[in-house]
Design a protein around this ligand. Structure first.
Ligand code: SF4
Length: 448
């Protein structure tokens, strides 16, 4: 049971009866001005218990029990590949970060002759985006009058990703679970009518179980999840049975708020959403607040923007995605080809590198360590100044690869030109365009 801020405060050194512990009260070592402030942050999941070194053992046990994640972590696996969802602690990414991106699944039916081919295409689809390989996460197989076990086996052989087994019939579910052995699929779904048999199967095969009610009845959903939990299933996924934009947004948000703000453990589980053929609805579910999103069809044109959007939402805003600082060769440059400099923020790097690459012109791209910030942000923060750029030039030894001493800086930091000439004696500093998209023309005009 999660504790309130005041309940936590009563377990901290300021409330201790032991004078040896109490003497540390409000010592600020946790990074907060008082024990009370620390307690409030702990209650909001915005601090870690380990930040206070003076908590007594008995209190620590109670606090650790109460600090269990408000949304349970649920794991699916197959072929050494793992999908974890849940464990979220905030409603909005800017409050801290989102930890586990929702799994994107494509649904096939057991009566569908090309189910294995679709699964294969799902498994093979991969795109590179700012240095990351983006992929889907699995296949949902729905029993629809075909041979469920045979389809599960065929999909499992065709695609190395985790599975969702969709049936309400316990006998069919068991056949599917046997066919999926060696993996950890999600079993979907237990309803008020079949939950006992489905919970028994989930416990026996040690797989997570989705519970579903109709029409967004959250009281019934919480009660069903409790029944399943009491039957021995810990890993639960919730389907509140609402579809469509506004209703699902309202209900999913309400469930997330109940879990995080009211510490309502009965609904502290990941959610599953069905977006049909609608990529906009899928996007809504990715943002708020599904743990699994099931699409009815695989189409690269639909999937790509969803994967990119998901990657952007689920990167830690406090840790910009970065590339390794250093010297990058584009289109096999020679000693006489241009040298450009930019920062190590991934999106900046790929914007510049892609433009140079697509121009067909060879060039050297010097990536300076700007702590993962874009050009203007890094310049304003003092992380991309003349001194740092000069240090990058000297430490990479790029001058030895060149027959010239000319360096192109981004147009946004033209103001650095004079200082750079002082930092790099003998170098000619050229001011390039402000935007990466103008680089090909600039290079052709200046170096072509
Ligand atoms: S570290 Fe923080 S919580 Fe712990 S005693 Fe000091 S002020 Fe209180």
């Amino acid at each position: 049971m999660a504790l309130s801020g005041l309940q936590i405060y009563k377990l901290l050194p300021a409330s201790s009866k032991n004078p040896e512990v109490k003497k540390h009260a409000n010592c600020k070592e946790c990074g907060f001005p008082t024990c009370l402030a620390f307690a409030m942050k702990l209650a909001q999941k915005q601090a870690e218990l380990s930040q206070c070194p003076y908590v007594e053992e008995e209190s620590k046990t109670q606090l650790e029990a109460s600090a269990a994640p408000p949304i349970r972590l649920v794991t699916l696996s197959a072929d050494g590949r793992k999908l974890e969802v849940g464990n979220e602690t905030v409603l909005f990414r800017h409050e801290k970060t989102f930890y586990h991106q929702p799994g994107l699944f494509v649904r096939v039916k057991d009566a569908q002759p090309d189910a294995a081919e679709v699964a294969k295409a799902v498994g093979e689809y991969s795109v590179e985006y700012v240095g990351m390989d983006l992929t889907l996460d699995g296949v949902a197989i729905e029993a629809a009058g075909g041979d469920f076990a045979a389809t599960v086996a065929a999909v499992k052989a065709a695609c190395p990703f985790p599975l969702i087994l969709m049936t309400e019939d316990p006998a069919t579910a068991e056949a599917g679970l046997k066919a999926a052995q060696g993996t950890r699929p999600l079993l979907y779904a237990a309803t008020p009518d079949n939950w006992e048999a489905m919970a028994k199967l989930a416990a026996q095969y040690e797989v997570p179980l989705a519970v579903r009610v109709e029409g967004g009845d959250l009281t019934a959903l919480a009660a069903l999840a409790e029944q399943v939990k009491e039957a021995g299933v810990e890993d639960i996924v919730l389907d509140p049975g609402v579809r469509g934009y506004s209703r699902s947004l309202a209900v999913f948000t309400q469930l997330r708020r109940l879990a995080l703000k009211k510490n309502e453990r009965k609904v502290g589980y990941p959610l599953i959403a069905f977006a049909g053929d609608d990529p906009i609805l899928a996007g809504q579910h990715i943002a708020k607040y599904a743990g699994f999103v099931v699409l009815d069809r695989f189409s690269p044109g639909t999937v790509y923007p969803l994967l990119v959007m998901r990657a952007n939402i689920f990167t830690d805003p406090q840790k910009p995605i970065q590339v390794q600082p250093g010297i990058y060769e584009i289109n096999n440059p020679g000693p006489g080809d241009p040298l450009m400099v930019t920062t190590n923020f991934s999106i900046t790097y790929f914007a510049v590198a892609n433009e140079v690459e697509s121009s067909g012109m060879p060039g050297w791209l010097l990536v300076a360590d700007a702590e993962g910030m874009s050009v203007l942000t890094a310049w304003a923060a003092g992380k991309f100044d003349a001194e740092r750029i000069a240090k990058s030039v000297n430490s990479t030894g790029v001058a030895e690869k060149l027959s010239h001493h000319r360096l192109i800086i981004p147009g946004h930091v033209a103001v650095l030109m004079g200082e750079l000439e002082e930092e790099l004696p003998g170098w000619e500093i050229n001011v390039g365009p402000r935007e990466a998209v103008d680089l090909p023309n600039y290079l052709k005009m200046q170096w072509g």
